[in-house]
Design a protein around this ligand. Structure first.
Ligand SMILES: [Zn+2]
Length: 298
């Protein structure tokens, strides 16, 4: 997501939370503040004109680049949120930069390198301490003791993926922010655990589906093979039948030929002057001669 907002500030460090809130969506600003209290923002590089940062949001890690150029605040984030004119991640990055830059600005007119920015929650901070930063002296010993007592079972619960124990009831203080941060991180971890359990179940479902499909495919292949065998047997039967038919046709042709020959022979026999007739006539003549010969003389 990329956005461009007109901005009269000369340096990014001059954008205070009130100014940032004025140009943000209310809900996005609130979520950004929560991210800030849960220390989810990490400034990678920053100067008066450009901030690059990363943030662990609810759906994973996002990268932000915020620039101040030609009277415009140009924000870019790897998320796909439709928040206008800036997403919660960019707002959180600006807030984090302000928080880090603030004490430094009271001593130096400008912040040019990140190495100049003191680490967050440094106990050695003095001078103008913003409300969200703390000093060791701000932490009450009793709060710290209660926190330490809670931290031990809490760590065990996190290691064994159990529900966190109920935190001690403390007034809003630096220690209560630590507890909130740990709870926020544990919640995120539980969400991602649930997500991965869901994904595992989904993968298992799909595997079952694929296994069933493979079985169906195997059955289909078996059926196809059986059909192929039947078709081959039928083909063989047809070939045999065709052979028989060819022989029958041959026999029929032969019979027709013989019939014609018989007809010709019969015709030949009955023809006048045929050898048969001649033979018959000769026999007749011989018979008549014999008859005449045996006739008694008058
Ligand atoms: Zn974003």
């Amino acid at each position: 997501m990329r956005n461009k907002i007109p901005c009269s500030a000369e340096r990014l460090g001059l954008l205070d939370p009130q100014m940032i809130q004025a140009i943000s969506e209310g809900s996005a600003f609130q979520i950004a503040q929560r991210y800030l209290s849960e220390s989810r923002v990490r400034i990678m590089e920053a100067d008066d004109a450009r901030i690059t940062s990363t943030l662990i949001g609810n759906s994973g890690l996002h990268e932000q680049t915020i620039r101040l150029k030609d009277g415009h605040l140009i924000s870019k984030c790897s998320c796909a949120l439709p928040e206008e004119p800036m997403c919660r991640h960019c707002i959180a990055a600006l807030l984090e930069y302000y928080r880090r830059a603030q004490p430094q600005q009271s001593q130096q007119p400008s912040v040019s390198e990140e190495s100049d920015i003191p680490p967050l929650a440094s106990p050695s901070l003095n001078g103008k301490t913003p409300s969200t930063q703390w000093r060791a002296a701000d932490v009450k010993l009793s709060d710290a003791m209660q926190f330490m007592e809670w931290l031990h079972p809490a760590t065990k619960a996190i290691q064994t993926h159990q529900q966190l124990p109920d935190p001690p009831t403390l007034k809003r203080s630096e220690v209560s922010i630590w507890i909130e941060t740990i709870r926020g991180l544990a919640d995120s971890r539980r969400e991602s655990d649930q997500g991965s359990t869901r994904l595992t179940a989904e993968i298992r479902d799909r595997e079952t589906h694929v296994r069933r499909l493979s079985q169906e495919l195997r059955t289909s292949i078996d059926e196809m093979k059986a059909t192929q065998t039947t078709a081959q047997a039928l083909q063989r039967d047809i070939a045999t039948y065709q052979e028989t038919m060819a022989k029958v046709a041959e026999l029929a042709t032969e019979m027709i030929k013989h019939e014609e020959q018989m007809r010709a022979a019969a015709r030949e026999l009955l023809q006048e002057g045929s050898p048969f007739e001649q033979f018959a006539n000769s026999v007749k003549e011989i018979a008549q001669t014999l008859k005449a010969a045996v006739k008694p003389a008058p």
